[in-house]
Write a protein that binds this ligand. Structure first.
Ligand code: AMP
Length: 347
């Protein structure tokens, strides 16, 4: 049977790395993005530029592809659903719908008896006043927030007056966890109870943006086992196909919480490109295209740092050591707080 052509919705660095992994497997890719400068077009076989609700573009995209996946979760459900009627979309649009909504996501996780932070939906200012037991807390938009966007630390009710929040959007208030550490688990599910699970990755954030990821994570065996177990439970319950990331908090009393699920390949898994025999990107392509599952094998411990904004410029001309791997996302413009590239060091 000839290999399928893979459609990727979204044209950022995750799309680039998916396209690169597909190329290695001799799978053709078509990237569909609403950004004319999308960097992934430099790595894919074909590129379609258009708005995600443009039916003509959707038809062009589906006519050129056999299976469709996505590199970011904030794609309108209607678009994914529309595309799924013509070509299979993996992970399933219904999974994306649950996970892209913080409240639905947390309800889903808690139903499985998996711990999350305490939370409550907030639809107006006065509700916040009655939720004093969740303060200090983080007020987050229920949809579309990432890298700390749409998030506000609330220490007291008075903070709200200063912030002038638009409550026409949905909000969730989460109790602030006294963090000891953050870790993530990247897991690829192929089919029923068939997974490849990467070891926990320790993550450091700065200004709510991921700065550094390391393996091995400095955690207890109990946390190691529980985090893997929870990731497998979540992937199984969702009947997920592809690579998924579960982000966790560990508090100062060694309690583990799921922070959130990313229904896609994830920034903290970039080090898998160099540290494992099969990267998270290759595993995603293998799973969604129904290719062979290969047992994971770690090659080396590793550390990855994100190069944010102008940090990229030093690395563009730097002599690299043999254990260093530099990735330039080839974004058109350097912007403050924008992820421009990363460096993985095998350690
Ligand atoms: P998020 O976009 O929800 O993943 O949040 C980004 C980062 O903000 C997390 O990785 C944490 O460093 C921090 N953060 C988010 N929610 C909480 C919380 N409830 N308690 C403590 N830190 C948090």
């Amino acid at each position: 049977m000839s290999k399928p052509t893979l459609g990727i919705i979204g044209g950022g660095q995750l799309g680039s790395m998916l396209a690169t992994a597909a190329k290695k497997l001799k799978i053709k890719t078509v990237v569909f993005s609403d950004d004319i400068d999308a960097p992934a077009q430099k790595f894919s076989d074909e590129f379609i530029f258009g708005k995600y609700d443009d039916l003509n573009k959707i038809n062009e995209f589906t006519s050129k592809t056999d299976i469709i996946t996505y590199e970011f979760e904030n794609i309108p459900y209607e678009t994914l659903n529309q595309i799924n009627k013509i070509r299979p979309v993996l992970p399933k649009p219904s999974i994306n719908r649950v996970i892209q909504h913080r409240l639905a996501e947390k309800d889903f996780i808690n139903k499985l008896n998996i711990r999350t932070t305490q939370y409550v939906a907030i639809t107006n200012k006065s509700e916040l006043d009655t939720e004093q037991n969740l303060l200090p807390g983080l007020l987050k938009t229920t949809t579309l927030g990432y890298d700390g966007k749409g998030q506000h630390v609330i220490n007291s009710f008075e903070d709200l007056n200063e912030l002038n929040i638009d409550f026409s959007k949905g909000y969730i208030l989460e109790k602030l966890v006294k963090l000891k550490k953050e870790i993530s688990i990247i897991i690829t599910r192929f089919s029923d109870k068939k997974y490849e699970v990467y070891e926990p990755i320790e993550n450091i954030h700065e200004d709510q943006i991921l700065k550094q990821s390391t393996i091995p994570a400095d955690i207890s065996d109990k946390i190691l086992e529980q985090s893997k177990q929870w990731a497998m439970m979540l992937a199984e319950e969702l009947k997920y196909v592809g690579t998924l990331c579960v982000e966790f908090f560990i508090d100062r009393n060694e309690n583990l919480y799921v922070n959130e699920i990313a229904p896609r390949v994830h920034n903290s898994g970039h080090l898998t490109i160099n540290a494992y025999n099969v990267s998270q990107f290759e595993n995603h392509v293998r799973a969604v295209c129904n290719l062979e599952q290969i047992t994971l094998n770690k090659i080396s411990n590793a550390k990855m740092i994100n190069l944010i904004g102008s940090q990229i410029t030093i690395y563009r001309n730097k002599q690299l050591a043999p254990n260093e791997f530099f990735f330039d996302y080839l974004k058109k413009e350097i912007k403050h707080k924008r992820k421009m590239g990363h460096l993985t060091t095998l350690i």
